[in-house]
Design a protein around this ligand. Structure first.
Ligand SMILES: C[S@@+](CC[C@H](N)C(=O)[O-])C[C@H]1O[C@@H](n2cnc3c(N)ncnc32)[C@H](O)[C@@H]1O
Length: 355
């Protein structure tokens, strides 16, 4: 699986925003590691369609399908037991693509309500003073509330956080003392790896075990309490007929104006075309050799999932990339979908609204 997620590997470390490097002269294809916004010809599209028809012509038997669903977290536990933190990626693209993760739009605030940079109105403490106040309140046991992170003014949750590929960069890049980051995953092995990371700071974050597809499982925060929810290569791992209710539950956690950010596999991505016959579970849903599963989305399918959950479209793009292995002179066509959806500011007020 790790090999499929080479989207982070970029020359020179820093990653420009996606979409900036176009291949105009095909003879230059091996001069860079990746090309953005690659146009697919009709022939290429129909060859991909054919390949998918072939590799999905024989489905995994129902009893095996049941096992992949009922033991889904166990397969991911096994994955993390083998790979541990080697699955860790330094994702340079996170903050260029999703600036919402780098700094809150509403200004920086600490639990006593004072606003610092970027905010409108309110008394401003200098940053160091503000951090000291927040620390002091927490040390005194004040500032802790009915749910973890209650006193924070900007709350981000990553669902399917794995070993913290998004959680830790956010904590490191966003110094806002009012920030609180939640990371959940249904693999207890992954959550343990997050908690044992030296950057794990319980005063700024909480990692917990949670199955996104389990409608009986509750989240540790109230409805309308989150500013941002992040789904990176996780929704694709959920049984397709459980996706809508999972997304609708997440939508309820967002504050009005809050954002849901997603990056995930797109239809006809190289990883889909590489599956052999006998690995298909249902249309565009496959099981890998290690028992973990993956769905390949179209933009429209994601649009329907999010808008049916009451969210508005901010961005829904297909990132069609040509990755190049210059050593082996190989080309790989990748398709990822990137979405931003927002909860309308006038969303009906339901449940308890957090500050
Ligand atoms: C491809 S990994 C991505 C991990 C992380 N988001 C990242 O980008 O590095 C998918 C993650 O989703 C988790 N996952 C899969 N299904 C899940 C579910 N139903 N509930 C919660 N987490 C799930 C897996 O355990 C795994 O950590």
């Amino acid at each position: 699986m790790a090999a499929e997620e080479q989207e982070e590997q970029e020359e020179g470390g820093k990653r420009p925003q996606f979409g900036n490097r176009q291949l105009r002269d095909p003879s230059r294809v091996f001069q860079h590691n990746a090309w953005d916004n690659v146009e697919w010809s009709n022939e290429q599209e129909s060859a991909a369609y054919q390949k998918v028809q072939e590799n999905s012509s024989q489905l995994v038997p129902p009893e095996k399908q049941e096992e992949y669903e009922s033991k889904a977290n166990g397969f991911w536990d096994a994955f993390y037991t083998i790979h541990e933190n080697r699955f860790f990626k330094d994702r340079h693209w996170l903050f260029t693509e999703f600036p919402e993760l780098a700094s809150p739009s509403g200004g920086r605030r600490c639990p006593d309500g004072h606003v610092t940079e970027g905010g409108t109105g309110g008394d401003a403490h200098p940053k160091e003073v503000q951090a000291e106040i927040c620390r002091g309140l927490r040390d005194m046991g004040l500032g802790e509330g009915a749910f973890p992170g209650e006193t924070a003014s900007y709350r981000i949750m990553e669902v399917g956080c794995g070993v913290g590929n998004t959680v830790f960069p956010i904590l490191q890049n966003n110094p806002d003392p009012g920030l609180f980051v939640y990371g959940c995953d249904f693999s207890s092995t992954a959550v343990e790896l997050v908690k044992s990371n030296p950057h794990y700071d319980p005063s700024r974050c909480l990692a917990f075990v949670h199955d996104l597809s389990d409608e009986r499982a509750s989240y540790p925060m109230p409805e309308q309490s989150l500013d941002v929810i992040v789904l990176i290569f996780v929704l694709s791992a959920v049984l397709p007929n459980k996706m809508q209710s999972a997304v609708s539950r997440l939508s309820r956690l967002l504050k009005p104006g809050g954002s849901l950010l997603l990056r995930d596999y797109g239809r006809y991505d190289m990883a889909q075309l590489r599956f052999k016959k006998g690995r298909c579970l249902s249309d565009n849903f496959y099981v890998r050799g290690d028992g973990t599963r993956v769905y390949f989305f179209t933009q429209d399918e994601l649009g329907v999932l999010f808008t049916s959950a009451g969210l508005e479209t901010v961005q829904n793009v297909a990132d069609r990339r040509l990755q190049v292995n210059r050593g082996k002179q190989l080309t790989m066509y990748r398709v990822w979908i990137q979405c931003k959806y927002r909860k309308p500011r006038d969303a009906a007020q339901q449940g308890n609204r957090a500050p």
